[in-house]
Design a protein around this ligand. Structure first.
Ligand code: ADP
Length: 493
């Protein structure tokens, strides 16, 4: 066995490897039956020969599915920890976000790394990002890319037959419904375990796990308080329960108290639930500047969505009631297939630029922040997709098999062409935003007015709620249609 440290640098970027996780089944509380089922797998993994003699083989794949925060990652780590095996983790989204052609080779890398340390565990979180059903409409790009990655996973899982190269693949998803059925066939992910929301007893048990390193006045008081919280937290996930205890700990420290008390726990619960009344003291936690940036981001995305509607996913009349790490416009998938033209692909590049363009415009290039960071990546991905996979550009007159090993002058050609599309997209996007500047400002003001906060702002901006009453997409359409426009010179592709 080689030391884990020898994992190449390029791999280390997307694979996180641990000699062993140190997590045990004791760290997972509630839903005891899940542990019982998985414990059996651990026993097989540990005494491989004994079980082999009896003809009992370990499943090749275990699929954990259920809502986010219910402990799927924790369980995967516990299997590795209990069996004392190395743990190789990757996220499905990391496979598809990169340069076209990379997904399959990353999957290969992941399996090769795990195999060289076999027996070992592979964990692929958000496996739906790469393993969703094939053949659906796909204008966002990355479809063919995903398919290559998925095929590679299937090949790899079918590949290892002998026990000596035993690698257990654990996948996690909250979208079992969109997984490609090929993944679920015998010999692949043939053990499917649902990890659901905990029951009341389960919640109490989870709270107890996370109270282990916290201070309470007495054991008796702790148990009574946790019991009370367990009763008030129907539909909470393990992750949310853990947050309540952490938040209570922070509040306790802030008040300079020695023990977590009822008041802190209830306050933490309230924060977790996000039930702030406006006007309350805590509700001003989003810094004004961040509010403004988020509001501009939403406004720019909205205006571009109105100007260049996506025929595949027109935006709907839904209430917009939160701001997440991704911009907010809600789209409806069109059921029927639509005839996609080159301009549709080009428009998707333009739309993807909106966040980046507005932030630079309003705040200056030296004053950018993380909220538009992904826009550039997304826009480039759309451009690469158009160039490499649709055959609709000059580049597409020839078909190049190995995208990831482009010979130097081809790579340069691709880059030049991509730059051209990106330049056009940015110019077009700025021009639209300038033309509709008044609409941008009006929509921004609307968002700023509606933004309230819930508790801490995580760096990925997960949970900023808009005030009740919300914003409706129809309101945004209205503003867009009525706003005075400032004519701009034409931007040509
Ligand atoms: P998922 O992978 O399902 O999104 P995670 O495993 O990442 O969820 O859960 C996040 C954290 O929440 C875990 O690290 C753990 O601290 C806590 N947690 C979630 N479910 C449980 C549980 N059943 N028991 C104990 N802790 C839990």
């Amino acid at each position: 066995r080689r030391a884990l440290g020898s994992l190449g640098k390029s791999r280390a970027k997307f694979i996180s490897a641990e000699e062993t996780t140190g997590v045990t089944f004791d760290d997972f509380a509630g839903q005891e039956y899940i542990k019982r089922e998985l414990q059996e797998i651990v026993r097989i993994l540990k005494n491989d020969e004994e079980f082999q003699d009896k003809g009992i083989y370990c499943p090749k794949g275990v699929l954990l599915h259920g809502p986010p925060g219910t402990g799927k990652t924790l369980l995967a780590k516990a299997i590795a920890g209990e069996a004392g095996l190395p743990f190789f983790a990757a996220n499905g989204t990391d496979f598809v976000e990169m340069f076209v052609g990379v997904a399959a080779s990353r999957v290969k890398d992941l399996f090769a790394s795990a195999r060289s340390f076999a027996p070992s565990i592979i964990f692929i979180d958000e496996i739906d990002a790469i393993g969703s059903k094939r053949g659906g409409p796909d204008i966002g790009g990355g479809g063919a890319e995903r398919e290559q990655g998925l095929l590679q996973i299937l090949t790899e899982m079918d590949g290892f037959k002998e026990f000596t190269s035993q690698v257990l693949v654990i996948g996690a998803t909250n979208r079992l419904d969109i997984l490609d059925p090929a993944l679920l066939r015998k010999g692949r992910f043939d053990k499917i375990v649902r990890v659901g929301l905990p029951s009341k007893d389960g919640r109490l048990a989870i709270l107890k796990v996370h109270a282990r390193n916290k201070f309470f006045r007495s054991e008796k008081e702790r148990d009574a308080l946790l019991q009370e919280i367990a009763e008030l937290t129907e539909d909470f996930t393990g992750a949310e329960l853990q947050n309540i205890l952490n938040e209570a700990g922070i509040l306790t420290a802030r008040k300079d108290l020695d023990y977590i008390g009822r008041e802190e726990l209830l306050e933490a619960l309230k924060r977790q639930k996000g039930t702030f009344e406006t006007g309350q003291e805590d509700s001003t936690e989003i810094p004004e500047e961040l509010k403004l940036r988020l509001a501009y981001r939403e406004a720019a995305v909205a205006v571009l969505a109105c100007y260049l509607p996506d025929p595949f996913r027109p935006f709907t009349e839904t209430d917009i009631n939160s701001i997440t790490s991704q911009p907010n416009m809600r789209y409806a998938e069109t059921a029927g297939r639509i005839f996609a033209r080159k301009s549709d692909y080009v428009n998707s590049i333009v739309r993807a630029c909106a966040r980046r363009v507005i932030e630079e415009e309003m705040f200056g290039i030296n004053n950018m922040c993380w909220i538009s960071a992904k826009a550039t990546l997304e826009a480039s991905r759309h451009a690469e997709f158009l160039i490499l996979q649709t055959g609709m550009t000059a580049f597409g007159k020839a078909f190049y098999r190995k995208h990831n090993d482009l010979v130097p002058n081809l790579a340069a050609k691709l880059e030049a062409l991509r730059d051209e599309y990106m330049r056009y997209a940015v110019d077009k996007c700025s021009s639209v935003l300038r033309e509709y500047h008044s609409a941008v400002e009006t929509i921004t003001a609307l968002y700023v007015k509606c933004l309230i906060s819930v508790g801490l702002i995580p760096s990925f901006c997960a949970d900023i709620l808009l005030e009740k009453g919300q914003i409706e997409a129809s309101e945004i359409w209205d503003i867009y249609k009525r706003a005075p426009r400032i004519p701009q010179p034409a931007v040509n592709p």
